[in-house]
Design a protein around this ligand. Sequence first.
Ligand SMILES: Cc1cc2nc3c(=O)[nH]c(=O)nc-3n(C[C@H](O)[C@H](O)[C@H](O)COP(=O)(O)OP(=O)(O)OC[C@H]3O[C@@H](n4cnc5c(N)ncnc54)[C@H](O)[C@@H]3O)c2cc1C
Ligand code: FES
Length: 239
Amino acid sequence: MNTLPQPFTITKIVDENAVTRTFILDGALAAEPGQFVMAWLPGVDEKPFSLAAANPVSLTIAAVGPFSRAIHTLRTGDALWLRGPLGRGFRLPEKMTGELVLVGGGYGVAPLRFLAETARARGFPVRAIVGARTSADLLALDALAALGATVIPATEDGSVGRRGLVTHALADALADGLPALVCACGPTGMLAAVGKLCDAAGVPVQLSWEAHMRCGIGLCGSCERGDGWLTCLDGPVER
Ligand SMILES: Cc1cc2nc3c(=O)[nH]c(=O)nc-3n(C[C@H](O)[C@H](O)[C@H](O)COP(=O)(O)OP(=O)(O)OC[C@H]3O[C@@H](n4cnc5c(N)ncnc54)[C@H](O)[C@@H]3O)c2cc1C
Ligand code: FES
């Protein structure tokens, strides 16, 4: 783990949708899916981003505010400084009898892409439910399909895939036959609903939570959830 920021060079930038780009960097990290890095632009800010892949390091970043927009101004050949990998990621069982079901909303699809890659490398069957408001906001469908996952898009306006929320598509998956494990990343409300559905069905679930982070290593307390659980150190994945 790099405790001090290390410089990486951007080797490739892939446009994922109108506001989201994947930045592929020139190095690898020994990381598990679900772990994150603190990305630093000197003189701008430092914020957490999930690893969308670890070899080469890839970050999928939505331009939604000052820092993420500053990252979107970077071009191939520019430097990005990273600390990490940090936190606890998803934990796959040694053997799996049944499907691994991934549920992602927004940039939550980023760590699930890394998890799908790891699970497929072990030969586990993967179903990936990817949610967004409209077809234009969907992320990583082709990348997940290329890894061999069965991809189920869900859009609130029904423009692609199943109309409705990812939780509706998850309810379908639970009705089809119980998955061995459900792993989810996305907005808090979505995670709470996924947790409830899985608990009711008796299916093991691992949820990756968001929080406001400053240090990323358990020192400042800014990511504390209210029950002593530090999202950066004890999570972001609760398993
Ligand atoms: C563990 C962890 C992993 C993360 N991984 C990623 C990742 O892989 N990709 C990524 O893009 N971001 C990720 N984030 C969010 C990221 O750290 C920043 O919060 C985000 O880039 C916004 O920072 P900003 O300064 O640009 O905008 P801010 O000023 O912080 O936010 C601008 C507005 O956008 C909202 N917002 C923040 N993030 C998002 C988002 N991603 N999508 C939609 N609205 C948002 C905020 O609530 C606010 O209203 C992660 C956060 C955590 C805690
Ligand atoms: S971000 Fe500082 S304790 Fe978690």
